[in-house]
Design a protein around this ligand. Structure first.
Ligand code: NAD
Ligand code: LMR
Length: 338
């Protein structure tokens, strides 16, 4: 006889399948690294998202506990946990959207590039699984250094013959969230009313806020521009230092990741006019990848927007950003092609 728990699980999954077959709105989403600092609040918030019908939580440790806990929330998504590499393929099969916060975070004194040696291998393994089990899924890649892990993912998909540049998105949403917050503080307005484009990449000087394009239109003194640009570029380090060895941004990151994932799901549903910043395959500059505004639709990043007019401060920043970005992108590509 099946235990109560087993009965509960099989009938729940049957119900989820019925809902999916009935064409009820709902996407299947997997979170890889779900038991981590970002993964846990991200799983919580995705369980609350009405666009999600099935939520797979995968990690190499602790997923049974996180899954049991989150599965008791009385929201629509059906939650299933997957533990260890032997369950990676089951976690990925059938998914529409894969969100990846797997990997080690920074400690004070480290750069994001210092994470490369460990996280490159983790991202490679996960992307090999995606190429095999859900090659059509949209991928939201959070693991650092994003400037290198996105090129790694692209190379893995190319090797497997599954690469669709529209579906691979490096998550830079936290840079936009921070920029909106800090700009709103300076302007003395509600951050929800502010929209700051942040382009380039996701590390130090590669993070390039376009303060001349803030909506609603406003202007900043040279001093304010310098303060805001530095604060946005160093936002991650500010949190790493405040956490003093206990990791990097997790809560604001989970918030930003969910905002971005929700935009991807609304795009998949066919909503019009969904525009977010992301680090994608790009022809906006001479570099093969660049973060800029993209329009999200059924096919992923369907349109990549040009940078628009930059002021002198931003033009100088862009040159600095491109120099560092070129090296980080090449490092990622070489890791797979070596
Ligand atoms: P964490 O250490 O708290 O959690 C990471 C989780 O990944 C752990 O649960 C770990 O078990 C899991 N993991 C390790 N190897 C794995 C594998 N092979 N497969 C699946 N899961 C695996 O770290 P965190 O604070 O959640 O940060 C995760 C990553 O996100 C770091 O690389 C960090 O730098 C990055 N990050 C990116 C942004 C961004 O804006 N893109 C923001 C914050 C953090
Ligand atoms: C962030 O911007 O908070 C993340 O990239 C984590 C980090 O290492 O700063």
């Amino acid at each position: 006889h099946p235990s109560n728990h087993q009965m509960e699980e099989s009938s729940i999954l049957k119900r989820a399948e019925c809902r999916a077959k009935g064409g009820a709105p709902g996407f299947k989403v997997a979170i890889l690294g779900a038991a981590g600092g970002i993964g846990q609040p991200l799983s919580l918030l995705m369980k609350m998202n009405p666009l999600v019908s099935v939520l797979h939580l995968y990690d190499v440790v602790n997923t049974p506990g996180v899954t049991a806990d989150i599965s008791h929330m009385d929201t629509g998504a059906v939650v299933k946990g997957f533990l260890g590499q032997q369950q990676l393929e089951s976690a990925l099969t059938g998914m529409d959207l894969i969100i990846i916060p797997a990997g080690v975070p920074r400690k004070p004194g480290m750069t994001r590039d210092d994470l490369f040696n460990i996280n490159a291998g983790i991202v490679k393994t996960i992307c090999e699984g995606i190429a095999k089990c859900c090659p059509n899924a949209i991928v939201n890649l959070i693991s650092n250094p994003v400037n290198s892990t996105v090129p790694i993912a692209a190379e893995v998909f190319k090797k497997a013959g599954t690469y669709d540049p529209k579906k691979l998105l490096g998550v830079t949403a936290l840079d936009v969230v921070r920029a909106n917050t800090f700009v709103a503080e300076v302007l003395g307005v509600d951050p929800r009313e502010v929209d700051v484009p942040v382009v380039g990449g996701h590390a130090g000087v590669t993070i390039l806020p376009l303060l001349s394009q803030v909506k609603p239109p406003c202007s900043f003194t040279a001093e304010e521009t310098e303060y805001l640009t530095k604060r946005i570029q160093d936002g991650g380090t500010e949190v790493v230092q405040a956490k003093a060895g206990a990791g990097s941004a997790t809560l604001s990151m989970a918030y930003a990741a969910v905002k971005f994932a929700d935009a991807c799901l609304r795009g998949l549903r066919g909503d019009a006019g969904i525009v977010e910043c992301a680090f994608v395959s790009s022809e906006v500059t001479e570099l093969p990848f660049f973060a800029s505004k993209v329009r999200l639709g059924r096919a992923g990043a369907e349109e990549i927007y040009q940078l628009g007019p930059l002021n002198e401060y931003e033009r100088v920043g862009l040159e600095k950003a491109k120099k560092e970005l070129a090296a980080s992108i090449q490092k990622g590509i070489s890791f797979i092609r070596k």
